[in-house]
Design a protein around this ligand. Structure first.
Ligand code: ATP
Ligand code: MG
Length: 454
């Protein structure tokens, strides 16, 4: 691979090391002092050049993971397909990767070209060709303050272009998740995919089926909770990628028809985007409850028509949705429990709300104004989350607003960080538990949950 390095001096590119977080600078400095090369790379450089504050800071170096680990007090090596070091600070984590080596025979691939093991280290001019998009492949050199650009990434950032580095089909086959990333960046950055980067998706999208459900779940959460969830969903749809995340959903979505499943999904995504913008915590249970709600309703009606009791119909429908529509993803068990709890409470909340004319007559959140059944609902796990979800539904024609108004009295919206629709889940509610329960998969490409740095 040719390497035409362009070095853009600090005076010209306008970025300063002072724009990085203190922790990122600390990590770069330590590496530099120990005699290693050290660069800030990827989304943080891209976002700073666009005048946005980065979500996180990624560092790349020629130090090996073990060497990086030794330099920091709280650092751990993670990842199997590609080892990465997480340097942990009180309120931030810096991901440090070692330059990836060129596309040598040492990289292990499955039959279709997917990279399954990748612990070949290299130098910066090999590393650059392993990155996904040109706008993500700019390096800010700690030693000189120069911006290092091999792939005209700076031009792309300035012109809003999203371009796969290298041959798009090969790069998507190597790692099909790059197609999802394309949708995410196009939506979040407002960038345009180049023609060949977009056209290749139609040829490669079926390879997404080879990605482990655990990694797909992680990516889906990033897609929907990255701050531009609504736009990302529409972009995924435009690129024909929805069906690889939510089996059978695409058919029910019509952005021009509010009566289609889009009616509620748009509300959920907008609510999520608003919270992300305000820096408030978001919980994926709420999101998935909304994505699958209408599908749940269709299954439920089918069972009701077969004269199954209402409660059982709900349980059967939830089982079906989780087994079918959510199949491409591995939704962690704890999360699935919360999603179900939110769903199960919906018909009860509707059934037990008084007719709209009687709402607001002096009850105003007084628990002793409730009957026993109503009072029991207040004690149900995830009651508040269920009310939040109910109120989202009441913004569509399916629930009368008065039902939301009534229950809201008993689950007042909280302000600021307190306002989380659902208490933020702990990391232990996700990957860790799930991993321990599952035996390690040895299938090529299977079970390799990778952190963001691939
Ligand atoms: P974000 O703002 O979401 O953090 P990002 O571009 O920093 O965006 P990360 O997932 O943090 O994305 O990854 C950091 C960098 O690592 C990317 O900018 C890209 O250069 C590289 N990278 C990450 N994932 C992949 C991948 N699947 N294939 C190739 N390169 C990748
Ligand atoms: Mg990043």
């Amino acid at each position: 691979m040719t390497s035409n390095q362009t070095r853009i001096p600090a005076e010209t590119h306008g970025l300063s090391l002072a724009d990085l977080s203190d922790n990122a600078r600390f990590v770069l400095e330590k590496l530099h002092e120990a005699g290693f090369e050290a660069y800030a790379v990827g989304g943080c450089v891209r976002d700073l050049l666009r005048g946005r504050s980065p979500k996180d800071f990624d560092v790349v170096t020629n130090a090996r993971p073990e060497e990086v680990k030794r330099l920091f007090r709280r650092a751990r090596i993670i990842g199997r397909r590609f080892k990465i070091v997480h340097v942990v600070f009180r309120d931030e984590m810096i991901e440090v990767t070692t330059f990836r080596g060129g596309d040598t025979g040492e990289v292990k691939r499955a039959d279709g070209g997917m990279i399954t093991r990748d612990n070949v280290f290299g130098s910066i001019h090999e590393d650059v060709w392993r990155r996904d998009f040109a706008c993500n492949a700019l390096y800010l050199d700690y030693a000189s303050g120069d911006l290092v650009d091999y792939v005209e990434g700076l031009t792309d950032i300035r012109s809003g272009r999203l371009r796969v580095i290298g041959e798009p089909e090969d790069r998507y086959r190597e790692d099909p998740v790059r197609m999802l990333r394309a949708a995410r960046f196009a939506a979040k950055l407002g960038f345009h995919l180049t023609d060949d980067s977009e056209a290749a998706i139609a040829h490669c999208r079926s390879t997404l089926a080879d990605i482990s459900p655990a990694r797909l779940f992680d990516e889906t959460v990033k897609l929907m909770q990255g701050g531009a969830g609504r736009q990302t969903f529409l972009e995924l749809r435009r690129l024909g990628l929805i069906e690889y995340l939510f089996d059978g959903l695409d058919h029910w979505i019509d952005p021009d028809d509010p009566v289609s499943d889009w009616g509620l999904i748009e509300k959920v995504l907008e609510a999520t985007d608003r919270r992300v913008e305000q820096g408030l915590p978001v919980n994926p249970a709420f999101l998935f409850a909304g994505l699958f709600w209408r599908m749940l309703g269709r299954h439920r009606i089918k069972w009701l028509h077969q004269r199954v009791p209402a409660d059982d119909a709900m349980v059967l429908a939830a089982d079906e949705v989780m087994a079918n529509m959510a199949k491409p993803l591995m939704i962690p068990r704890r999360l699935a429990e919360i999603i179900r709890a939110i769903w199960m409470l919906q018909p009860e909340l509707e059934r037990l709300a008084p007719p709209s004319a009687r709402i607001g007559r002096g009850a105003e959140g007084k628990v002793d104004a409730l009957d026993d059944n109503q009072r029991a609902l207040l004690e149900a796990p995830w009651f508040r989350a269920a009310v939040d979800f109910l109120c989202l539904r009441s913004a569509t024609p399916e629930v009368d607003e008065s039902v939301c108004v009534f229950w809201r009295q008993y689950a007042p919206e909280r302000s600021g960080h307190e306002e989380a629709p659902i208490e933020a889940l702990q990391p232990s509610d996700f990957g860790k538990k799930r991993r321990r329960r599952r035996p390690r998969r040895r299938k090529p490409g299977g079970g390799n949950r990778q952190p963001s740095g691939e």
